[in-house]
Write a protein that binds this ligand. Structure first.
Ligand SMILES: Nc1ncnc2c1ncn2[C@@H]1O[C@H](COP(=O)(O)OP(=O)(O)O)[C@@H](O)[C@H]1O
Ligand SMILES: O=P(O)(O)OC[C@H](O)CO
Length: 497
């Protein structure tokens, strides 16, 4: 069978490479975790060389497991953790520092300084984002100001900046292609999403020399050809998108009003708003969902920094579970009379609160509180936060009323308990698709359709299949009590920050 497409999904905690066959079914997977570096409180870094090695090994593994050769792969799609910044030398390809990860908060004070100068409005207007350390721009400024000689070297054209996609494309093509796509560019805080161009005023404010920036392309475009020495054949890279945008595509949310939420390390909800660049009045982000054939489709986005990461904390920090799936049965056994709330603001709070100084808190503990109540509180926190996002979205964008079905994906949605609780607390249906690797599928579709071996957008959307719909079962009174308790927990967490 032909039509094999390889998707590289470079995530926050692991890299996955997936070979899909011509029927969009998974034929082989390679996955590898890599080290998280926490050099100081609130700082998070990755070693770009280690990421690169995980890409090489997982791609080779996926191709081998699919039982094919590299020459059978028609095209590659790359999707990635967004906002994470790499700076490398143009002539050697060597990074000048570890990558600064999207979760890193080291530029909180700098963001405050820019806000005090009254600059937030300018950033919001041009980029759709906020002045928060989450985005790439202030991280890039930090690297240029703190790595010896970097500012001058960048100005003289010696250094390249990229999000992870750009770094990987550079390495895969051995420096022949220095480019990114519009979705990744839209997360950098230096890209004007209305004009679809790097913004000179923002570059000046953040002291970023333009010569270090990659070319920005559509999501389905020619991103160069892999060097044959890497996998044994030259493979064209034809699709690129940030991972949350790729999941939006993989969930076939192509129509305005369609909505997906991905539950991995964090949780990211994107609402397709079509050609409308909706300006949020509720501190959501306006972002590029995808750009195809030069046409931009926008989205409203709500970003939560901790979702599955709270489950990892139960496992690795508190050690109350052995593996992530244990949380479901534990939560099920929790005492219903105990109202315990966990606000997992481990790295601040994202949308719609945006407080980088907030930290995690637990409310409502008694002598009887134990691992079961902690597990339930961690899973419920993800559901409550999703509700906060969706309420904000519906205030901003009401075209289809409040009856949108939420399509969910990511590692956490394997948990039936969490998905049922999500539907209960949202008081809305939740759809889980058959293919949970929607991020990889989305970018594979970009590459496969560009290569002409996968179906067009309409046929691809039709092939989306539901595994299960979760319908609300909780009674109204219980829901109201629980939501009230959550709002109070958030209020108290913000007050303590
Ligand atoms: N059955 C489960 N119940 C609850 N959480 C789960 C379950 N399975 C996986 N997870 C959580 O999902 C996350 C992994 O999802 P994934 O989409 O692979 O994340 P990422 O792409 O951010 O690395 C982990 O944080 C893990 O704790
Ligand atoms: O790697 P993930 O799946 O946690 O996604 C991270 C997001 O892209 C951050 O914006």
């Amino acid at each position: 069978m032909g039509g094999y497409i390889l998707a590289i999904d470079q995530g926050t905690t692991s890299t996955r490479a997936i070979v899909f066959d011509g029927n969009q079914k998974i034929a082989g997977i390679g996955q590898k975790e890599f080290k998280q570096h926490f050099p100081k409180s609130g700082w998070v870094e990755h070693d770009p060389e280690e990421i690169w090695q995980t890409v090489l090994s997982t791609v080779r593994e996926a191709i081998e497991k699919a039982g094919i050769g590299a020459s059978d792969v028609a095209a590659i799609g790359i999707t990635n953790q967004r906002e994470t910044v790499v700076v490398w030398e143009r002539d050697t390809g060597k990074p000048i520092h570890n990558a600064i990860v999207w979760q890193d908060r080291r530029t909180a004070a700098f963001c405050d300084k820019l806000k005090k100068k009254g600059l937030e409005k300018t950033f919001v207007k041009k980029t759709g984002l906020l002045l928060d350390p989450y985005f790439s721009g202030t991280k890039l400024n930090w690297l240029l100001s703190n790595v010896k000689g970097a500012q001058a070297r960048a100005a003289s054209g010696e250094l390249c900046f990229g999000t992870i996609d750009t770094f990987l494309i550079w390495r895969l093509t051995q420096g022949k292609c220095f480019c990114t796509d519009a979705t990744n560019a839209s997360r950098t805080l230096i890209y004007n999403i209305a004009e679809n161009a790097w913004d000179d005023e923002l570059l000046r404010i953040l002291r970023v020399p333009k010569q270090m920036l990659p070319e920005v392309k559509d999501c389905a475009a020619d991103f160069g050809i892999t060097d044959p020495s890497l996998f044994g054949a030259a493979i064209p890279i034809l699709g690129v998108a940030g991972d949350q945008q790729a999941a939006t595509i993989g969930q076939a949310c192509f129509k305005p009003g369609m909505l997906k939420s991905t539950y991995g390390t964090g949780c990211f909800a994107l609402l397709n708003t079509g050609k409308d660049m909706v300006r949020s009045k509720n501190r959501l982000l306006t972002t590029i969902a995808y750009r195809l054939d030069g046409e931009t489709t926008y989205a409203l986005e709500g970003s939560i920094f901790v979702a599955g990461a709270a489950v990892q904390w139960l496992r690795d920090g508190l050690k109350v579970i052995k593996a992530a799936p244990d949380t479901g049965s534990l939560a099920e056994s929790a005492d219903p009379s105990q109202e315990v709330y966990l606000v997992p603001a481990f790295t601040g709070l994202g949308a719609p609160h945006w407080d980088p100084d907030a930290r995690g808190a637990i409310f409502g503990m008694t002598r009887n509180t134990g691992p079961a109540e902690f597990a339930r509180a961690a899973l419920e926190a993800v559901c409550y936060q999703t509700r906060d996002l969706l309420e904000a979205m519906h205030k901003d964008w009401r075209r289809n009323g409040n009856d949108t079905v939420l399509r969910v994906d990511g590692g956490m949605v394997a948990s039936d308990w969490t998905m049922q609780r999500l539907s209960d607390l949202l008081d809305a249906p939740v759809d889980r698709p058959m293919i949970l690797e929607t991020t990889a599928l989305g970018v594979a579709w970009l590459a496969g359709s560009r290569a002409g071996v996968w179906p067009n957008q309409e046929a691809f959307a039709k092939s989306w299949a539901r595994d299960r719909r979760f319908e609300p079962q909780m009674d109204e009174t219980t829901r109201k009590v629980k939501l009230k308790g959550w709002r109070s927990a958030i209020k108290r967490t913000l007050a303590a920050a």
